[in-house]
Design a protein around this ligand. Structure first.
Ligand code: URP
Ligand code: ZN
Ligand code: ZN
Length: 472
């Protein structure tokens, strides 16, 4: 049981290993939660996992997830850390990066204390927080951000939309400038709040209050303009940014142009922009509310553009933007105010458990992207851009043994009841899927076996992070 004096706790045997760079047949030897050997015919481990016929990939890293986030008066998110990480694990993920929301008047550290208390002892996957800065006071920018960066909180998010969260341009500039000094990468939600407010008012004045008008009041131009502005502000203070949840070609073109100017940036898209459209928001009986998220899903041409962006490298990241609310619930999509106008329908949809199977099935199985690109988009690039590489996001000697064993021949139908999350629906109900992550190991320990959870909550740990690769 030794290779170079190393005993194996576990050997994952006979699989096809897939990384962002290569595909090769190898056994994986694991000790103390880490990969210690890759090779043919490794000696026995204390336990063995049969991977014959399976693709062995790094566990998914979902770097855009909202869990237990305050979402307005009377509204409650459908997932806590237990249910979100459980659903994520069953969907092939081993690391989640949820947001810690700073509310106005509250310090970042105080906000973090609250989220850590909610997460501690409850997670099925490893977790690491991004900080949402909504109140960039001198103390936040000058003291908290640099101190927290030193402690491994190396990313922040700013919003250009949502009343109460959005920052003005001068605040965005000051926050970007502080982030560059602290070496924190900045995620930006790009939509023009003033234009959207105006359009929401117009729709309501015309009596257009149905969920579909969430989409018509958040047009492509509002996203494109804000994307251009965010990239320009980032250029002015030379700060690396990630443009998150990009929904359409025009915003993608802004990313392309900024790259040509030499800016250090990354782009992210999500399943909702690949397989949903604004037409889904027209579903009757208020069911359109199930698809209300921001930016909204667009049209077929935008879907095609986003697929191209995944293929060609406009996008580095594919994340869920999991932000779940129950549908049939006054604390969720069906709040009294939400039914009176789309303006009040909580924004966000569940997706942490379906992110990976959707991309595998629609992307890899249908021949749009190869399996190495799949790994890059779902794990490796997240680890690199958010300072977790090479501990996470790859299969290499010394990396954590976070592994998802995929059966490429498995054919399933997405059903909400199988997703183990807190929402009472999935936007992808009934979708046929080819390929599923049937077995998952978290730091070497079997967590999902043949589709069944075989671990308990609390196995996930908190991850401090290094600098983003965008800082060079
Ligand atoms: O609608 C969405 N995306 N809700 C989550 C919050 C955000 O904007 O990322
Ligand atoms: Zn956002
Ligand atoms: Zn989000």
């Amino acid at each position: 049981m030794t290779v170079a004096g190393v005993a194996f706790d576990t050997v994952v045997r006979g699989g096809t290993v897939v990384t962002a760079a290569d595909t090769f047949a190898a056994d994986i030897g694991i000790r103390d939660g880490r990969i210690v050997a890759l090779g043919k015919d490794l000696a026995d481990g204390d336990s063995e996992v049969d991977a014959r016929g399976l693709l062995v990939m790094p566990g998914g890293i979902d770097s855009h997830v909202h869990i237990a986030q305050p979402s307005g008066e009377g509204i409650v998110m459908a997932d806590d850390f237990e249910s979100a990480t459980r659903s994520a694990l069953l969907g092939g993920n081993t690391t989640l990066m949820p947001f810690c929301l700073q509310e106005k008047g509250v310090g970042l550290r105080e906000a973090l204390n609250g989220y850590h208390a909610l997460a501690e002892g409850n997670c099925y996957t490893d977790v690491s927080f991004h900080l949402i800065v909504s109140d960039p006071t001198p103390t936040v920018l000058g003291q908290e951000m640099p101190a927290l960066a030193e402690e491994g909180y190396t990313s922040i998010k700013v919003f250009m939309t949502y009343e109460g969260l959005r920052l003005r341009d001068d605040e965005i500039l000051a926050t970007l400038d502080a982030a560059r000094r602290a070496k924190q990468v900045v995620l930006v939600h790009c939509e023009n709040e003033d234009a959207i407010r105006y359009l929401i008012g117009r729709r309501e004045a015309d009596g257009d209050i149905e969920p579909y008008h969430h989409a018509t009041s958040r047009p492509v131009a509002a996203e494109r303009e804000a994307t251009h502005r965010a990239l320009s502000l980032a250029e002015i203070v030379d700060t690396p940014v990630v443009i998150v949840h990009v929904s359409n070609r025009e915003a993608m073109e802004e990313i392309g142009r900024a790259r040509l100017r030499g800016q250090k940036i990354a782009g992210e898209t999500c399943p909702q922009y690949l397989v949903l459209t604004a037409e889904d928001l027209k579903a009757g009986d208020f069911e359109g509310a199930k698809y209300v998220c921001s930016p909204p899903p667009r049209d077929k041409a935008s879907q095609e553009a986003c697929w191209q962006g995944l293929e060609t490298g406009v996008f580095d990241l594919y994340s869920s933007d999991h932000c779940p609310f129950r549908f049939d619930d006054p604390a969720g999509k069906k709040s009294e105010k939400g039914q009176a106008s789309f303006r009040w329908i909580p924004n966000g949809i569940p997706g942490v458990g379906t992110r990976l199977p959707i991309l595998y099935s629609e992307g890899v199985a249908k021949g749009c992207i190869d399996v190495n690109r799949f790994v890059a988009l779902t794990a490796t690039n997240h680890a690199k851009l958010y300072g977790l590489y090479p501990r996470k996001g790859t299969i290499a000697i010394g990396s954590d043994a976070d592994l998802a064993l995929w059966d490429p021949a498995s054919v399933r139908t997405i059903r909400n009841e199988d997703l183990a999350h807190g929402a009472d629906y999935t936007p992808y109900e009934g979708m046929g899927i080819t390929g599923w992550p049937i077995t998952v190991l978290l730091r070497g320990e079997l967590a999902v076996e043949n589709g069944r959870l075989v671990t308990g909550k609390g196995k996930g740990t908190y991850l401090g992070r290094g600098r983003s690769a965008l800082f060079g």
